[in-house]
Design a protein around this ligand. Sequence first.
Ligand SMILES: [Zn+2]
Length: 143
Amino acid sequence: MLVTNHVLSGAVVAALCPGPVSAFTAGVVSHFLLDTVPHWGDVEFDEMVPIGVRDGLVGLAAMTLVHGATPPGRRLRVLAGMSGAAFPDLDKPALLFFGRSPFPRAWDDFHVSIQRESRDRMTQEFLVGGAFLAAALVAVRRR
Ligand SMILES: [Zn+2]
């Protein structure tokens, strides 16, 4: 799944959490749950890199947008949720820039084993991203 969609879902999850630690933890859990849902992927690393770089930049822009739309008293919690949701995908830039994952082998094996990827699902990623963006912008401002 695109990291942008993980980031946006992390904001939604964070809005339901009492504080930043639970928000970060729930964000990580949300990442693995969403990776079990069928999503775009199953492409070679070299084919994924240009898409992943764009996705990473859009994900950072999404974090900035949602952070700015969040009332100041909730920003740390929402930022923690978005960061936790993106955290498991740090293996991708680490592989690109340093040639290795920062996570233990068992963590990476588990992460790979739960993927349900198809290269035919990019349209779905955009639709899911739009829905998560709308949900995040509502959730972070909800009383
Ligand atoms: Zn993942």
